[in-house]
Write a protein that binds this ligand. Structure first.
Ligand SMILES: Nc1ncnc2c1ncn2[C@@H]1O[C@H](COP(=O)(O)OP(=O)(O)OP(=O)(O)O)[C@@H](O)[C@H]1O
Ligand SMILES: [Mg+2]
Length: 457
C-alpha cells in the first residue's frame, strides 16, 4: 500500500504517517498540493492520498479529476477544521480522517483500500493445492488469470505470486478495472502527454510504466471495455505502450496478472471480451476455490482474523470457543473469506467473555451481498438509538426498503465516510458503493459523492 501524505510531517499528519508505516504502508510526502501533483504525474503513484484540509485540497481533487489520476483522497484535519472538512467531502474527498489520528481508524482505512503484505492462510488440501500451483508459476514470466468468486482471495493470491516471483523487489501495482470509470482507466493504465485532453496540463505516467520491472494486476479484467482491450493487447504483445497524446511508444517490462469473477469464455462468446486477449492472459489459469469447498481453512482464517481485529481495535486477543467454531464451520459463506472476515470482526467487537462464544457470531443473510438481518449489530445499534418507547416500525416494510434506510442512516451518521460506514454495516466497501450507485440511479439522494462520481463523463 502506497500512501502519499500532503502536508507537514512534523504535525499530527506525521503521526498518521508513522501509524501507516507501522501497518506496512510505504509513504511518500509532499509539502503542498503542487509538488504532490508533480509526483503523481511522474508515476510515483499512490493508492491513497492523505491531504491536510488546511491546504488546497479542493484544488488537488479537481486537478486529479481533470488529469484523470484515480486515487482516493482523504481529508485530514482537527475538529476545528470541521467546515473545511465538509467542503473537502463536497469537493469529492473520499473520507475524512480526524486528527489527532486514531490507529484503529487508519488501520481500517488502509485495510479497506488495499491488501496487506501477509501470505495467504491455507490448511485445506484444496487450497494448499491451489497455492502450490501459484508458487510453481510464480517464478515464470507467464501471464496468469486468477479466477474465483467474489471475496475468495484472488488479490491475496496475486500478491503472493508477485512476492514469490523474480520481480519481488520490483513494484506490485493493482488496477481495479471495475472501480475506475472508463474515461479514467485509459490514462490510469497508459498515462498521457501534456495537452492530450483539455485537463492534461502536464505529462502523467500510467500504471504500466509505474509497474516497470514488477507486476501489474488487472483486477476484474472482464469489466474493461473492448476498445481499451485492444490497447492492452498491444501493450502485452509489443511490450510497449502509447501514452495518450504521445508520439513515441514507451518500452515497458511488466508481468501481467488478471482476475475475474465472471467466466471470460461467456464474455468472449458474447463479443464483449476479445478472444486474442483472452488467450494472451490465460497462459496459466489459477482458480481460487470458494470457501465452502475448503472447510478446513475456516478455523485458521477465523483465528487469524480474531488476532488481527483484536489488534486493530486495541482489544486483548480472545480465542474462538469450540461451539462458536463449529457454527462457523457449518456456514455456506456465500461471500467467502471476506464474509467470514466481517463476521469475525463483528464478533471481536461483540464478545463479552474470556472467549468468543456463539452469541457473538452474527451470521449474515443467505445472500452474501446483503447485510445481516435484524439481529445484526448495526441494526441493533440504530434501533437502540431511537428514543425509548419509539416503535421501530419494521413490520410491513420490505427488506430492500429497510436495508436502504439502514445504509443511508449509517452513512449520514458517519458524515459520509464510506470506510467507516461499511465497517459498521459489516459489508465490503464495494458492496456499499454498488448499493449507493443503485440508490442514486433510482433518484435517492446519497450523502457526499466520492471522486469517481464527480468526474465529468
Ligand atoms: N487465504 C487468505 N489468507 C488471508 N486473508 C485472506 C485470504 N483470502 C482472503 N483473505 C482476505 O479476505 C478478503 C478478500 O480477499 P481478496 O480481496 O483477495 O478477494 P477477491 O477474490 O479479490 O475479492 P473480489 O472479487 O471482491 O475482489 C481480504 O480482506 C483478504 O485479506
Ligand atoms: Mg479483488
Amino acid at each position: 500500500m502506497r500512501v502519499m501524505i500532503v502536508g507537514s510531517m512534523s504535525a499530527e499528519l506525521g503521526e498518521a504517517a508513522r501509524i501507516a508505516i507501522s501497518r506496512g504502508a510505504k509513504i511518500t510526502q509532499a509539502d503542498d498540493v503542487q509538488p504532490a501533483l508533480a509526483q503523481l504525474r511522474a508515476g510515483r503513484g499512490s493508492d491513497v492520498v492523505l491531504c491536510d484540509v488546511q491546504l488546497g485540497i479542493e484544488e488537488l481533487i479537481a486537478a486529479m479529476a481533470a488529469e484523470r489520476i484515480a486515487a482516493p483522497v482523504i481529508a485530514c484535519g482537527t475538529r476545528a477544521d470541521a467546515v473545511r472538512a465538509a467542503a473537502a467531502i463536497r469537493a469529492g474527498a473520499r473520507e475524512y480522517l480526524p486528527l489527532p489520528p486514531d490507529a484503529e481508524l487508519i488501520a481500517t482505512m488502509l485495510e479497506t483500500i488495499g491488501g496487506d503484505g501477509r501470505a495467504p492462510v491455507a490448511a485445506d488440501p484444496v487450497m494448499l493445492a491451489a497455492l502450490r500451483r501459484a508458487e510453481q508459476v510464480a517464478a515464470s514470466e507467464a501471464s496468469v488469470l486468477i479466477r474465483g468468486e467474489s471475496g475468495t482471495g484472488k488479490e491475496v493470491m496475486a500478491r503472493h505470486i508477485h512476492r514469490r516471483s523474480r520481480r519481488a523487489a520490483g513494484p506490485f501495482i493493482a488496477v481495479n478495472c471495475a472501480a475506475i470509470p472508463e474515461n479514467l482507466l485509459e490514462s490510469e493504465l497508459f498515462g498521457h502527454e501534456k495537452g492530450a485532453f483539455s485537463g492534461a496540463i502536464a505529462r502523467r505516467i500510467g500504471r504500466f510504466e509505474a509497474a516497470d520491472g514488477g507486476t501489474l494486476l488487472l483486477d476484474e479484467i472482464s469489466e474493461m471495455d473492448v476498445r481499451l482491450q485492444a490497447k492492452l493487447l498491444r501493450a502485452i504483445q509489443e511490450r510497449e505502450i502509447d501514452r495518450l497524446g504521445g508520439s513515441e511508444p514507451v518500452k515497458v517490462n511488466v508481468r501481467i496478472l488478471a482476475t475475474t469473477n465472471r467466466p471470460l469464455e461467456a464474455e468472449v462468446r458474447k463479443g464483449t471480451f476479445r478472444e486474442d486477449l483472452y488467450f494472451r492472459l490465460n497462459v496459466v489459469t489459477l482458480t481460487v476455490p470458494p470457501l465452502r469447498e475448503r472447510p478446513r481453512d475456516i478455523a485458521p482464517l477465523a483465528e487469524m482474523f480474531a488476532h488481527r481485529y483484536a489488534e486493530v481495535n486495541g482489544l486483548p486477543y480472545r480465542p474462538i470457543a469450540a461451539d462458536a467454531m463449529r457454527l462457523l464451520e457449518t456456514q455456506p459463506w456465500r461471500g467467502n473469506v471476506r464474509e467470514l472476515e466481517n463476521t469475525i470482526h463483528r464478533a471481536v467487537l461483540l464478545a463479552g467473555g474470556e472467549t468468543i462464544g456463539p452469541e457473538a457470531i452474527e451470521l449474515p443473510l443467505d445472500d452474501g451481498a446483503t447485510p445481516a438481518p435484524a439481529t445484526n449489530g448495526a441494526v441493533a445499534r440504530v434501533v437502540a438509538a431511537a428514543p425509548a418507547g419509539t416503535p421501530t416500525g419494521l413490520v410491513g416494510r420490505t427488506v430492500a426498503d429497510v436495508e436502504r434506510d439502514l445504509i443511508l442512516e449509517t452513512l449520514t451518521h458517519c458524515l459520509g465516510n464510506r470506510t467507516h460506514a461499511a465497517a459498521i454495516l459489516g459489508i465490503s466497501i464495494r458492496t456499499l458503493r454498488n448499493k449507493l450507485r443503485e440508490y442514486t440511479a433510482a433518484g435517492v439522494k446519497v450523502p457526499a459523492a466520492g471522486l469517481a462520481d464527480r468526474v465529468p463523463a
